[in-house]
Design a protein around this ligand. Structure first.
Ligand SMILES: NC(=O)c1ccc[n+]([C@@H]2O[C@H](COP(=O)([O-])OP(=O)(O)OC[C@H]3O[C@@H](n4cnc5c(N)ncnc54)[C@H](OP(=O)(O)O)[C@@H]3O)[C@@H](O)[C@H]2O)c1
Length: 390
């Protein structure tokens, strides 16, 4: 029986994690759940899984949850302290399914408490890859990828000597605007950007997929997860999302992992590692799919991918700054305050100011990461305010 704590249980990854756990009640017990503001959904999860501890974003959410659950209510914690309590609960595996920078402190707390972590919340490694790697190595814990691309690489590397890796090749669906002209992309609406061709995910990652920032964040994530230099992490566009990623070895052999796009598969790989669970999900029928296409990404129409490589080549703190700017820009786009190309423009401008040496470049501890994040957010907000003012 593996005891699970799930950060972000009401999100897309969180719900699918609980679906895998529910399908294998003999294998998993859910001991702690952390959510934000979707209290009704969290109440249903509490009734279904009976965790001893839950956490919500604020006191109003805690009161609503208590009212909904009455005598069935478990211990309820709140805010950043609540996230940390769930991250360090008495669990065997913590699923990091929060979105964005809010996940960094609890994920680091889980590692420091010696918990194995199944990581979906890629922003954690983007912001603080070196720091998290150091902590994972010092505690001897496992960091298991949930992102489908990184799970594919993890599976392709099983039993291999990392010294023999020539390249990691991440596949990208290309998002909803893959075939659109720059002029059409410039006028894309929020609804169009949220309409991902292959995956049903939370809003932030869906917008990141449309800008290709998601693939950029994944390049940075792969660099840290597998300790491979950035120039050995490549991206190829693969619109069908069947080949989830590939590894080329020094003898030129290429290993890939394939499957229909369904997050329950990489989630189950991380939850059950090193075993494989039987899963009741649709199976791959290659003849029915017929063809698999691959193209080079277009960084002219999708500059965010190039920005991620630029950040990796820059000072240690550059990815955290880029990530922060991107979170602010995506939020603004989703709220209707910024046109789609504005996301890349804000990200590029903030990164450029950082590269000009306006902020500290090194990351010794969590405080440095938080400072870089705050700096990036403040610059992005200034740019947005200036645009609105003008
Ligand atoms: N979705 C996918 O298929 C997928 C695939 C690969 C990687 N990922 C990565 O996995 C992560 C999660 O993505 P997602 O699509 O599952 O996101 P999502 O659907 O938006 O879910 C985010 C979760 O985080 C919670 N949350 C957000 N801010 C919070 C806060 N301040 N305090 C407490 N809880 C907070 C939300 O709670 P409430 O909703 O209750 O407010 C929700 O449970 C992202 O980093 C994403 O890049 C996702």
């Amino acid at each position: 029986m593996r005891r699970l704590a799930v950060l972000g249980s009401t999100g897309s990854v969180g719900e699918q994690t609980l679906a895998v756990a529910a399908a294998h009640p003999d294998r998993f017990a859910v001991v702690a759940l952390a959510a934000g503001r979707r209290i009704a959904k969290l109440a249903d999860q509490v009734r279904a899984f009976r965790p001893a501890l839950v956490s919500v974003a604020d006191a109003a959410g805690a009161a609503e949850l208590r009212a909904r659950l009455g005598a069935e209510a478990p211990e309820i914690a709140v805010g950043a302290a609540g996230l940390e309590a769930v991250a360090t609960a008495d669990a065997d595996l913590v699923v990091a399914g929060l979105v964005g920078a809010v996940g960094l402190a609890p994920t680091l707390a889980a590692v420091r408490a010696g918990r194995d972590v199944a990581l979906a919340n890629k922003e954690v490694l983007v912001m603080a890859g070196a720091l998290v790697r150091r902590e994972v190595a010092a505690r001897g814990t496992a960091l298991l990828p949930v992102d489908s691309e990184h799970s594919a690489i993890f599976q392709a590397l099983a039993g291999e000597d990392p010294a023999c890796i020539a390249r990691l090749i991440l596949t990208a669906s290309g998002g909803p605007f893959r075939t659109w002209s720059a002029e059409r992309i410039a006028k894309a609406s929020v609804e169009e950007a949220l309409n991902h061709p292959n995956w049903d995910m939370g809003p932030k990652i869906t917008i990141d997929s449309a800008t290709l920032m998601n693939k950029g964040l994944e390049v940075i994530e792969a660099r840290w997860l597998f300790d491979v230099p950035p120039d050995r992490v490549e991206v190829v566009v693969h619109p069908q999302s069947i080949v989830h990623s590939l590894v080329e070895f020094r003898d030129t052999s290429v290993m890939a992992q394939l499957g229909l796009p369904d997050m329950r598969v990489p989630i189950a790989v991380a939850l059950a590692h090193p075993e494989r669970l039987p899963l009741d999900v649709p199976r791959l029928d290659l003849a029915a799919i017929g063809r698999l296409d691959f193209e080079t990404p277009d960084t002219k129409r999708f500059p965010c991918l190039a920005l991620a490589y630029e950040a990796l080549r820059g000072d240690e703190a550059a990815p955290a700054v880029l990530n922060a700017a991107n979170e602010v820009a995506v939020e603004s786009f989703l709220a209707g305050g910024l046109a789609f190309p504005g996301i890349a423009r804000v990200n590029a401008a903030v990164l450029e100011r950082f590269a000009a040496g306006e902020a500290a470049g090194t990351l010794r501890d969590l405080e440095d990461v938080t400072a870089a994040d705050a700096w990036g957010r403040a610059r992005a907000r200034e740019l947005l305010d200036a645009e609105r003012g003008g």
